[in-house]
Write a protein that binds this ligand. Structure first.
Ligand code: NAD
Length: 454
């Protein structure tokens, strides 16, 4: 079985690397020559813990073949995974340019040879039907499957090797089975792959995840619904956090007790500066657009977007209220963390970037930022407004700050003690944007604590 992955980004490179380490011959077809060159050198172009040893092994063993050539990548492929980006258009709908580029290239490259095209990219419901029609009109011999990806950046390997569920949406039962079998073969190798990566598998059981076969439309809708629901859960916690602030309750106490109800669950109820990244914001807006396309208004998701967008500004206002003279204007503020969450270099739609920029533009603060991993990506600096100073060294970034915002919960920041911060800072205001610290410990070190809903 030869596999081709089209689009070697966060999802595609992870998938390609795992498959090659499980013994498959894999072509990683990527249009960005720079990314191909980096992968050929045996590493990833983004940060994901433990991925590099697997990329190196896959490339050195010859099983992972990075290329920019469709002809090279497709001629012997049995299964083709499409993992290209599906960013949003300015109106919030999904931009499917790359998805249909792949379909067009496929049709013009493979003739009538038999292949399975597996869509891993997140696409709006109804996309697969259009692709199936296009494939059939062209006379190609391709079975189409929607197999949405659920990995999370920061835990991509574990999520892929110890998945909860694999959704396989397709009309061709034998093609569906080929894909299920492929995952089963990876699962059979997962302990070896994890060991090679150096990933701890302590506490992981031998249980296999669930295989769920559905129609193409259902598979497409499952993916965006899952993300929109998680985004809604986070946003619900943030809305209640605002009430907790006003009413002097503690959102962590509230959500721990609320989440103890198994019907609700504790996960994704942490209040903070909101969600970001390359998936949740666009999947929420994409679902709104799908609703409009089919004549269904999903009002709740408009509220989610609006509430989520308000969080960086809300935290800054709360901090300003607690600052000397009730203003951050002219104050030396350090923002720790730029990535949208810990464990990734991804700064797409990062609320931490929004906080840094708003501190300059709206609050008039003098801002310095630090994020060891995200700053390795030159784009992380490009998204910052002028006048923000990027500091390479963590201690130097905290030193002499009148205010510190811990905007991304990297362990590098959350593991530092309150006294460590207090000793380096020249001021006293400590803003815990993701509720990662104990307010009592921060106050005991002589600092003023500002959290979200606490
Ligand atoms: P990405 O931008 O990191 O990667 C996409 C890659 O595809 C890029 O490297 C790009 O150069 C390449 N590409 C674009 N057009 C191409 C073409 N015609 N031929 C070959 N390569 C091409 O995106 P990503 O984060 O990996 O996401 C990919 C898809 O998976 C999206 O639909 C996303 O919503 C979904 N997804 C992402 C995650 C995540 O955590 N990143 C999780 C689940 C699902």
């Amino acid at each position: 079985m030869v596999v081709t992955i089209i689009g070697a980004g966060y999802v595609g490179l992870t998938q390609a690397t795992i498959l090659a380490n499980a013994g498959f011959k894999v072509y990683a077809l990527e249009v960005d020559q720079n990314r191909v060159d980096i992968i050929k050198s045996g590493r990833s172009f983004f940060y994901e813990a433990n991925l590099d040893p697997l990329v190196k092994n896959a490339v050195e063993s010859g099983l992972l073949i990075p290329t920019t050539s469709y002809e090279e990548a497709l001629h012997e492929a049995d299964i083709i995974f499409s993992c290209v980006g599906t960013p949003d258009n300015p109106d919030g709908s999904s931009n499917l340019t790359y998805v249909f580029d792949v379909v067009n290239k496929l049709i013009s490259t493979i003739g009538d040879s038999q292949k399975i095209l597996v869509q891993k990219s997140t696409v709006p419901v109804g996309t697969g039907e259009k692709i199936i029609k296009q494939l059939s009109d062209s006379g190609s011999n391709v079975s189409y499957i929607s197999n949405p990806e659920f990995l999370r950046e920061g835990s991509a390997l574990i999520d892929s090797l110890w998945f909860d569920r694999i959704v396989v949406g397709g009309n061709d039962k034998s093609a569906n089975q080929v894909i299920v079998d492929l995952y089963k073969q990876v699962t059979a190798q997962r302990i070896n792959v994890a060991a090679r990566a150096g990933v701890s598998i302590q506490g992981r059981d031998s249980k296999e995840g669930e295989y769920i076969t559905t129609s193409v439309n259902s598979a497409e809708l499952i993916k965006v619904t899952a993300n929109a629901f998680l985004a809604t859960k986070i946003t619900f916690a943030n809305s209640i956090a605002k009430l907790a602030d006003a009413a002097h309750a503690d959102i962590n106490e509230v959500m721990s007790a609320v989440g103890a109800d198994p019907r609700i669950g504790r996960s994704f109820l942490n209040a903070g500066r909101g969600f970001g990244g390359g998936c949740f914001p666009k999947d929420v807006s994409g679902l709104i657009s799908s609703g409009i396309e089919y004549g269904v208004e999903i009002d709740i998701l408009h509220a989610v977007t609006q509430e989520n967008n308000s969080m960086p500004g809300y935290i800054i206002e709360k901090a300003a209220d607690a600052a000397d003279g009730a203003t951050l204007a002219g104050k030396k503020v350090t923002v720790l963390g730029l990535s949208y969450k810990a464990g990734t270099s991804d700064i797409r739609r990062s609320p931490s970037v929004a906080i840094a920029n708003l501190l300059v533009e709206r609050a008039g603060a003098i801002v310095r930022v630090h994020d060891t991993i995200a700053m390795q990506d030159p784009k992380s600096v490009e998204v910052l407004v002028d006048d923000i100073t990027v500091i390479d060294d963590l201690n130097e970034a905290i030193n002499d700050a009148e205010v510190v915002f811990v905007a991304t919960d990297w362990p590098e920041f959350t593991s530092l003690s309150a006294t460590y911060y207090a000793n380096l800072m020249s001021g006293k205001l400590f803003v815990d944007c993701m509720n990662s610290f104990s307010p009592d410990a921060i106050r005991a070190a002589g600092l003023t604590y500002v959290g979200v809903g606490r």
